[in-house]
Design a protein around this ligand. Structure first.
Ligand code: 5RP
Length: 232
């Protein structure tokens, strides 16, 4: 492991552990997807073994399997109306707590669970905090397989370049059986406006822009962890 990647891993782990400490007995917990969320979920699994009583809603089939392996009881999202707290990662987060998510391909379930959560805790390493979304990373957009090229043409007209996500020599398929277009906008000045525009494109199922959904940001920063509530 390089020095740089181990510093990032330490920041992720510190943020994830702090978030896992916030979970209380009796809570219904949204379980995010990605490497940072996985650390938090493993920590919750450890606490469950020590007697913590929680139920979880998984945001991907991978996390469903992980939670089951850790004996975290799971409930079906359609059988609940709200969650107490969700812990999830992000690809980018700006100072207003707008985010890009979906690097792990779980953006639809992550967004639905975030919308239903009273508290959405976002855990990141310091590289994920950005002045402007989209400067450094692509925006994932989940699209129907049948109409993906129509969506691609419409997205391109908005000023980005799109790449159909692949997994090895296959096109990547989301847990929902859809494709993902990774869109390079080279900087997004109006994330809320772009989110609305993208959602009107036929064949788009969901965009990876998460607006007004994060309540608390926990960021690993060098040797310390910062806990920041969403600015009013
Ligand atoms: C998955 C996501 C992840 O939360 C995001 O990609 C961050 O992942 P990681 O913690 O591995 O950097 O949105 O769809």
């Amino acid at each position: 492991m390089s020095k740089e990647s181990s510093a990032t891993d330490l920041e992720k782990a510190a943020a994830a552990r702090r978030a896992a400490e916030m979970v209380r007995d009796g809570q219904l917990v949204g379980l995010g997807t990605g490497s940072t969320a996985t650390i938090a979920i493993r920590e919750l699994g450890r606490r469950v073994k020590e007697g913590l009583k929680i139920e979880g809603v998984a945001t991907s089939t991978a996390i469903e399997a992980l939670a089951a392996s850790l004996s975290i009881p799971l409930v079906n999202f359609n059988e609940i109306s709200k969650l107490d707290i969700t812990i999830d990662g992000a690809d980018e987060i700006d100072s207003k707590f707008n985010m890009i998510k979906g690097g792990g391909g779980a953006l639809i379930r992550e967004k639905l669970v975030a919308i239903a959560s009273e508290k959405e805790i976002i855990i990141v390493d310091s590289s994920k905090r950005v002045a402007r979304l989209g400067d450094a990373r692509v925006l994932p957009v989940e699209v129907l397989r049948f109409g993906w090229s129509l969506a691609e043409r419409a997205l391109t007209k908005l000023g980005c370049t799109c790449v159909l996500r692949r997994a090895g020599d296959q096109v990547f398929l989301s847990d929902n059986g859809n494709y993902i277009l990774d869109c390079n906008f080279g900087g997004i000045d109006d994330p809320a406006g772009l989110e609305k525009t993208i959602k009107l494109i036929p064949a788009v199922v969901e965009s990876g822009l998460f607006i007004n959904l994060a309540s608390t940001l926990i960021v690993g920063s060098g040797q310390s962890v910062q806990v920041i509530d969403r600015p009013a």
